[in-house]
Design a binder for this molecule. Structure first.
Ligand code: TRP
Length: 417
């Protein structure tokens, strides 16, 4: 890429020109016509769409056509569990929750612990799985419907995913993988195969239903290369191409690049205690003037201000209030300190509520997590003859004998010890 930003599934940096990205990736912009249609179908327009935080798509019109014709779609999204969740991760997940509510759609949520293990030299399998569990708590805390949501880790759902993954892998050449992801001879071969694992859940609903089911994948735009490949090979396997809706990245508190685990002091984690979070907000970059006097005379610059971005992306849903804040800033009527304090209050309030839900989620994880053993476990809950019960229990015991921490379904196993 001959420019000053990079967007790949494993590296996002620089000042991103999203319009250019649409051209380069070959996606479609979410335009006003599509927004009007969205409004017509759903009766409302969330600010993430109105503000074009979700700005790009593939085949969204097709999914809506199907939906209007009475064919429901399934949602699929995921997370690479390489660390704790931060606010940037929550953005697409919150939008996914909105989609689930609005379209009454089931959600498949993939935790790619295998991907992160293979990508990160220092990350152990155990740690990746443990982050998968921790991240799942954040997903659940957002209020997804347990009846319609399944969360799985690749390690724990591999029997289910592997056959689909190899169907996919068989259709992708090394030269395609190199061209799409920029792999070279030093890339480990696990990473080369991995894209087929991320493709698999896009076809799982169809495999399970025994007929084609439309799938919509909400995602940050960096994941698009994966699904470009998925969509390419889908017809070769007889599946629908999954549709996609892409969001931009939440900037870090330094104001430029995306919020990222590589800059922990510029990143708000969902597990940050209120004091830490407040401190981070108060030290955010605003681009404010050097003195109150100057600020009053010349005003601030919301377009470069990280604090304003946080209102824009997450913490001020009301458009009039956001516009008003912008106006007051430009006119020098509101000082950076005040603006930061208000944001800090909102962030802290959000975190306190989220953390409460996150703790409650610990008792509900098993309502969401599925693994290759879920079917066995569920069968045990139904009446069975004695011999069958013994067999099923033996299978569960085998599964649960794996060291704790090497599975993410901890609770399920307690009774089989
Ligand atoms: N690879 C993604 C990541 O690193 C996780 C992921 C898996 C995902 N499946 C997805 C993200 C589908 C969006 C949509 O975060």
């Amino acid at each position: 890429m001959n420019q000053d930003f990079t967007v790949t599934p494993w590296d996002v940096s620089g000042k991103i020109d999203y319009r250019k990205l649409i051209e380069e990736f070959g996606t479609e912009p979410i335009d006003d016509e599509l927004l009007a249609r969205w409004q017509r179908i759903t009766g409302s327009l969330p600010f993430a769409l109105r503000r074009k935080i979700f700005f790009s798509h593939r085949d969204l019109k097709w999914v809506l056509d199907r939906y209007e014709a009475g064919e429901k779609f399934v949602l699929y999204t995921g997370r690479g569990p390489s660390g704790h969740t931060h606010l940037g991760h929550l953005m697409p997940w919150m939008f996914t929750k909105y989609l689930q509510d609005t379209f009454d759609a089931p959600l498949y949520f993939q935790m790619t612990d295998d991907e992160k293990f293979m990508y990160k030299p220092e990350l152990s399998q155990k740690d990746a799985m443990s982050f998968a569990y921790e991240n799942a708590l954040d997903v659940i805390a957002l209020g997804f419907d347990p009846e319609k949501t399944r969360i799985f880790s690749d390690y724990e759902y591999s029997k289910t995913l592997y056959r689909i993954a190899t169907e996919v892998a068989k259709k992708i050449t090394f030269s395609t993988a190199k061209a799409v992801f920029g792999f070279d001879n030093s890339t480990n071969i696990g990473m080369i195969f991995f894209t087929s694992v991320q493709s698999a859940p896009a076809f799982l609903p169809s495999v399970e239903a025994g007929r084609n089911v439309p799938v919509l994948i909400p995602q940050a735009i960096d994941q698009d290369p994966h699904f470009r490949v998925t969509r390419d090979i889908a017809p070769k396997l007889g599946y629908y191409k999954p549709a996609a809706i892409h969001c931009t990245f939440l900037p870090g508190l330094a104001g430029s690049d995306k919020m990222s685990a590589s800059k922990p002091e510029m990143t708000i984690y969902t597990i940050d205690d209120p004091k830490t979070a407040r401190k981070k907000v108060l030290s955010a970059f605003t681009g404010g003037r050097t003195s109150v006097q100057e600020q009053k005379e010349q005003g601030g610059t919301p377009s470069v201000c990280a604090v304003f971005q946080y209102y824009y992306y997450l913490f001020e849903a009301d458009q009039e209030k956001l516009d008003d804040r912008e106006r007051r800033c430009v006119r020098g009527e509101i000082m950076c300190g005040e603006c930061k304090q208000e944001l800090a209050d909102r962030v802290v309030r959000f975190l306190e509520k989220h953390q409460e839900n996150r703790e409650k989620a610990r008792d509900r994880v098993e309502d969401f997590l599925v693994s290759d053993y879920s079917a066995v476990y569920d069968k045990l809950k139904r009446p069975q003859d004695k011999k069958e019960v013994a067999k099923l229990k033996k299978t569960m015991k085998e599964y649960c004998s794996v060291k704790e921490g090497d599975r993410i379904s901890v609770e399920k196993c307690k009774q089989f010890k």
